[in-house]
Write a protein that binds this ligand. Sequence first.
Ligand code: SIN
Length: 520
Amino acid sequence: MPVVETGRVVIVGAGLGALYAALNLAPRAVLLISPEPLGQGASSAWAQGGIAAAMAATDSPEAHAADTVRAGAGTVDAAVATSVTAEARAHILDLTAIGTPFDRDAQGGYVLSREAAHGLARVVRVRGDQAGREIMAALIAEVARTPSVQVLEGVMAVGLKVQGECVTGVAVAAADGASDPVLLQGAAVLLAGGGSGGLYALTTNPPRIRGQVIGMAARAGAVIADAEFVQFHPTAIDIGEDPAPLATEALRGEGAALINRDGRRFMLALHPDAELAPRDIVARAIFAETQAGRRPMLDTRAALGAAIVDRFPAVVEACHRGGIDPVTKAIPVAAAAHYHMGGIAVSKEGRSSLAGLWACGEASATGLHGANRLASNGLLEALVYGRRAARDIARGLNDAPQPKVVLALPQGGQQPAVDLIAELRRVMTDHVGVVRDAHGLKTALRRIAALEAQALGDANFLNMTATATLIAAAALLRQESRGAHCRRDFPAAKPELAQRSRLTLAEALALRQTVTETQE
Ligand code: SIN
């Protein structure tokens, strides 16, 4: 494989964590790998809710940390929750300083949304449901003003180069698959390329986010934590689009109700907080209504009426695409894979278990989210760990400018494995979804192995199957129900299992092999 010595920190990904880390590394030279033009294709840009931060006079980081720990169902690292929530305010002020147009009230205070399992309104937002897009726009403008950051667009990472126990480079290829790889060697590698939602047939994640970044770290030998904890969002708009558009939880914060085909508010009987119960509980209720054929819907009519048009423009636009007018009709919804709490295990500095490799954002597992992420803590975590990783990496580097990398990708490559990917996604939704059991998880492991055998060495697909294997294996090993991980064959939480999981790909593959050899 051709080798290019970049002299730069190589950042894989182009979402919030990636851009923020690149800015925090300045003036140290950075090469940022983005499969799509900046601002397109990253999960952060699709975030509707906003960023959780104790900005109100009546709030405190301690209260925010307590809600984070409570929502996480027994496996949040309390020290991580304390330190992340304590830093939240500073990051909101920094984003404001670079031009993020957060919604403000007449006195200049931040307008805050209420989302599920928060004790009070705590989510800073931009024009209702435009937070992700606007924060990303502000960061992209700042990156354009920062000469130390070089962005390579149209290129995707397909693997990591490991020498001894140290990551020394990233193999990249054309994002459409139409090239052979080139190895980019760098001063350090930061993985910030998103989670795994797109491994599922029903997801709110952008099309390229299919667990590849976690998978490539696992294939290089990195430890993966909490892989079994996949969060399903209760209110993906069910209009047959792939990915499914989101109806932000902030709508329920405004009083929108969940009803079924019979007009019944089914959450009232299930939790004292009804529609604002923790996300895993609402997602399972939606799933149950769907399975029972009772067509769950989000009814914003009484709470918002025509105001939804100005206050939640992204939701309204998606509804219109599906032929629904939310001013007069309830919005059909389904539970869809939304956020992976698990990922590359990292320290408080964002270091992975491999030297030379850092991770931040959804690709990482810091211990903040436990088994069920508190709403709008995802972007917060990406900011906190993007900066921490940048500072940790910077410690070992000088700030000498580096020449621009000129990349000539060799002709070749493989067509994306479209049919195999579609089948993998079906397997994950059918057998590793909202409700799981041993039989389904073993079926999934066998089918993932069979799909992998057909992949003809396609590195991009093998990165996906690595993550799929880790999720299914970790879910099989966790013989209890906890947070977003629901086992119908082990319906209760077991106090002795209230800890985070850690798994290597080698361990997950050994389990898969055993399962494959024992057909049931
Ligand atoms: C939402 O707006 O409902 C999603 C927010 C999140 O996933 O944190």
